[in-house]
Design a protein around this ligand. Structure first.
Ligand code: MN
Length: 197
């Protein structure tokens, strides 16, 4: 991500939500539950579990690489949601020619990339995340990650993620996960994604 999350006086802070609603794509109601309730619980649980874990005062990506069990799950969900909410905008910046070139190099075309990304999000069974990341050689890869997993545990640099837990879309799209995934492209701010490279 553009900047890692670091604790202040041993406590991780709530990532800010830079909008109230995202047009017709994600409603204010969904965001109030998703950010205000679900993410809030992950942040609170993380801060309760950190003392005595031996992982106090580390950047969040380091906590995720070293933690297990409940601490891993809550730490992972805090980073995953911080990146998810940060990457959207009501006035999103378009993809640069450089980014377009990287997607064409590794997926054939931007459309082929989007199709594979949506397909991997739609076919992830249960709860989790679909990610675009860069590997150590700079090659772009799409991964399906279950539950709270984040590509940093695989040595990848995470760039873009769509949350496919039902809480991310059920109020707006009910069971139509594929429609939710297809709609999200309209609010992805590519300047933020490219800053994570
Ligand atoms: Mn979520």
């Amino acid at each position: 991500m553009s900047k890692d999350l670091t604790p202040i006086n041993g406590m991780f802070q709530m990532p800010t939500l830079p909008y109230d609603a995202l047009g017709t794509i994600i409603s204010k109601e969904t965001l109030s539950f998703h950010h205000g309730k679900h993410l809030k619980a992950y942040v609170d649980n993380l801060n309760k579990m950190l003392p005595g874990s031996g992982l106090e005062n580390l950047p969040l990506s380091e906590v995720i690489r070293k933690a297990e069990g409940g601490l891993f799950n809550n730490a992972g969900q805090v980073l995953n949601h911080a990146m998810y909410f940060e990457q959207f905008s009501n006035s999103p910046k378009a993809m640069s020619e450089k980014m377009k070139g990287l997607l064409e190099r590794d997926f054939g075309s931007v459309e082929a990339f989007k199709k594979e990304f949506e397909q991997k999000g739609a076919t992830l069974f249960g709860s989790g995340w679909v990610w675009l990341s860069a590997d150590a050689q700079g090659k772009l890869v799409i991964t399906q990650q279950k539950n709270a997993e984040n590509p940093v545990t695989m040595g990848l640099q995470p760039l873009l993620t769509f949350d496919v837990w039902e809480h991310a879309y059920y109020l707006d799209y009910q069971n139509r996960r594929a429609d939710y995934l297809a709609a999200l492209w309209q609010i992805v701010d590519w300047a933020i994604i490219e800053n994570r490279l």
